[in-house]
Ligand binder design. Structure first.
Ligand code: MHF
Ligand code: KIV
Ligand code: MG
Length: 280
């Protein structure tokens, strides 16, 4: 090739990098947010090209990549390592990283130190699990310029306290507590909230009561601002029994790319999740 080759023209169809501002505009306009977990550079590029809005470097990597039986053994260094890899492959998706077990529970200062590691690795937002007790750390991070995603319902880092991966907020008092926690986290400045394994009606109520908070459901019904699944689950890579809220998008696809595009399409047009199949 000549040394005077014209520079590659910028692809006019290429997506502009998503920002928190843009995600809020999408949410305000009623466009659903499609999120998937992602742990490496190759999948980051594939998911980004397929139109996935948000990539989550989840601590589920302990289970799907490392073969652990819970997310508890995952370290901050491990999440940072995978975040660096995903950041290199990603061009335009919004990049979120999980604060793993033990990296934020001690104090708001510890939460900041751990978040700084993940932001340095390329995250644009950090996610932490838990109710009202996390509001202080959420406020501390948000004040310091770190966007935060909260996570309520089944919070897997508390699996031993819950006694299993069970639906949360089924009874009236549990639902009331979850609603209060969501309001406290919204008030502390959380921009997003993952709702995991909660009854659809409860997720719908939380979404309606906190219009500024982007609720992302996983086993929480269709009436959320967006949806998330573990990548290996929706690609039918995970062995063993899957939670009911998972759809195998490879079943009707002839490639991984096609399966991911079908996921984005079905989240956007409201066909996933199906209230008959994937909800509680
Ligand atoms: N691969 C993978 N996918 C996930 O979605 C996931 C992880 N790992 N690791 C962390 C947590 C654990 N999760 C789980 C695990 C099991 C169920 C499960 O078996 N749920 C039952 C219903 C339980 C009930 O009715 O109370 C189900 O059939 O969905 C749900 C979520 C979700 N997260
Ligand atoms: C499933 C999502 C919400 C998560 O926290 C993870 O993958 O770790
Ligand atoms: Mg997680």
């Amino acid at each position: 090739m000549s040394s005077h080759a014209t520079p590659t023209p910028t692809d006019p169809t290429a997506r502009k990098p998503l920002t928190l501002h843009r995600l809020r505009e999408m949410h305000a306009a009623g466009e659903k947010i499609a999120m998937l977990t992602c742990y490496d550079s190759s999948f980051a590029r594939l998911l980004d090209d397929a139109g996935v809005d948000c990539l989550l470097v989840g601590d589920s990597l302990g289970m799907v990549l490392q073969g652990q039986s819970s997310t508890l053994p995952v370290t901050l260094e491990e999440v940072a390592y995978h975040t660096r890899a995903v950041a290199r492959g990603n061009r335009s998706a919004w990049l979120i990283a999980d604060l793993p077990f033990g990296s934020y529970q001690e104090s708001k200062e510890q939460a900041l130190r751990s978040s700084v590691e993940l932001m340095r690795a390329g995250a644009q937002m950090v996610k932490l699990e838990g109710g009202g007790w996390t509001a202080e750390a959420v406020d501390f991070l948000v004040q310091r310029g770190i966007p935060v995603c909260a996570h309520l319902g089944l919070t897997p880092q508390s699996v031993h306290a819950f006694g299993g991966y069970r639906v949360q907020g089924r009874d009236e008092s549990g639902a009331a507590v979850l609603k209060r926690h969501a309001a406290e986290l919204a008030d502390a400045g959380a921009a997003m909230l993952v709702l995991e394994l909660v009854p659809s009606a409860l997720a719908e109520e939380v979404s309606a009561s906190n219009p500024g908070l982007m609720t992302i459901g996983i086993g929480a019904g269709p009436v959320c601002a967006g949806q998330v699944l573990v990548l290996h689950d929706m690609l039918n890579v995970t062995r063993g029994k899957l939670p009911r809220f998972v759809r195998n998008f490879m079943a009707d696809a002839s490639s991984i790319d096609e399966a991911v595009r079908a996921y984005v399409r079905d989240v956007k047009n409201g066909r996933f999740p199906d209230p008959q199949l994937h909800t509680y």
